[in-house]
Design a protein around this ligand. Structure first.
Ligand code: 8YV
Length: 309
């Protein structure tokens, strides 16, 4: 049996159903009863960015062999416990990189050029009363990237095409790259107009954008988050924005999705998206194919396509 944790892709559901005995966890009213009844038959879990496999679930499923995540992020999976128990883990890297990087650039442009506000201006008829205010140029602004992995590098490449100097922070200096490295996020923020979060969420990167980082970015700086909500101290972000200590923020992710701090709704210098970084038909289908491909490989004794553990 394969246990799917929450709805994520109807295409994926169909493909799984064709091949496996698929259980939709969200359809069982009593989770503990379901787990008790199926503890000896569930051999695979399919999770995503909102529901993965925590220590409790792993303990509840003694026959679990593989967790195949419909996401590149692994923060909802207890990787240590999987390793310890010999449970394989796969994710969906690469196929979503372009979409997430495209969206990061879209967020920068939306925020600096106030695209969402401009659209509201036209729709509400305000244009007839006068021209829209002037906005802020993107091309040539310095872009600071936290995490220069697949997605961070794809964002940097795109920002280069906008003539932006690129700075980055990561755990280690990349010797083969000409971008400017800063050994702390505060230094990175101090030296960047636009700060982009593009690293995995771990114990070490939770609240990596804290009050000190926001103040280093400053009243003219803007924050872009396409990583995970908990990368940013959201309470401090609300304060920094309402007190005018930070120039603006464009966010695809939040600490308590789908809950977004309502204080942000009143601000025009924010752009708020419902976690859609990888949300195109093309990419979500490619992610689904990877999830299915990994499960098929596992159950036919072939090498996994995108193994993590
Ligand atoms: C998805 C994501 O939004 O890949 C990730 O880490 O956050 C996303 O691609 C999500 O898993 C879709 O259900």
């Amino acid at each position: 049996g394969v246990l799917m944790m929450c709805p994520m892709s109807s295409y994926l559901e169909n493909e799984l159903q064709k091949r496996f005995n698929l259980h939709r966890f969200w359809n069982s009213p009593e989770k503990s009863v379901f787990l008790e009844n199926h503890r000896n038959s569930i051999r695979a879990v399919v999770g995503n960015a909102s529901a993965g496999a925590d220590a409790q679930l792993i303990d509840d499923l003694p026959k679990l062999e593989i967790v195949s995540s419909f996401s590149v992020g692994l923060d909802k999976i207890d990787l240590g416990k999987c390793k310890e128990k010999g449970i394989r883990v796969t994710n969906t890297p690469d196929v979503l990189t372009e979409d997430v990087a495209d969206l990061a650039i879209g967020l920068i442009l939306a925020l600096l050029r106030r695209l969402c506000e401009c659209d509201r201006y036209v729709r509400s008829g305000k244009w007839k009363q006068g021209d829209f205010q002037l906005t802020t140029k993107f091309s040539g602004k310095s872009v600071g990237i936290i995490g220069l992995g697949r997605i961070g590098t794809a964002i940097a490449k795109r920002a280069e095409a906008f003539s932006c100097p690129i700075n980055y922070y990561s755990r280690t200096v990349k010797t083969d790259i000409a971008y400017k490295y800063y050994p702390t996020v505060v230094d990175l923020a101090k030296n960047s107009d636009i700060l982009v979060v593009a690293c995995p969420l771990t114990d070490k990167t939770k609240h990596i954008v804290n009050r000190q980082v926001m103040d280093a970015l400053g009243a003219k700086g803007v924050l872009i988050n396409i990583g995970r909500g908990p990368h940013v101290d959201e309470q401090e972000l609300v304060k920094a924005l309402t007190e005018g200590r930070l120039g603006g923020a464009a966010l695809d992710v939040f600490e308590q999705e789908p809950h977004v701090p309502e204080e942000l709704f009143a601000l025009e210098n924010v752009v708020l998206l419902p976690h859609v970084g990888s949300g195109t038909v093309e990419t979500r289908n490619a992610m689904a194919d990877l999830v299915v491909g990994n499960l098929e490989a596992h159950f036919t004794g072939k090498p996994l396509l995108t193994p993590v553990v």
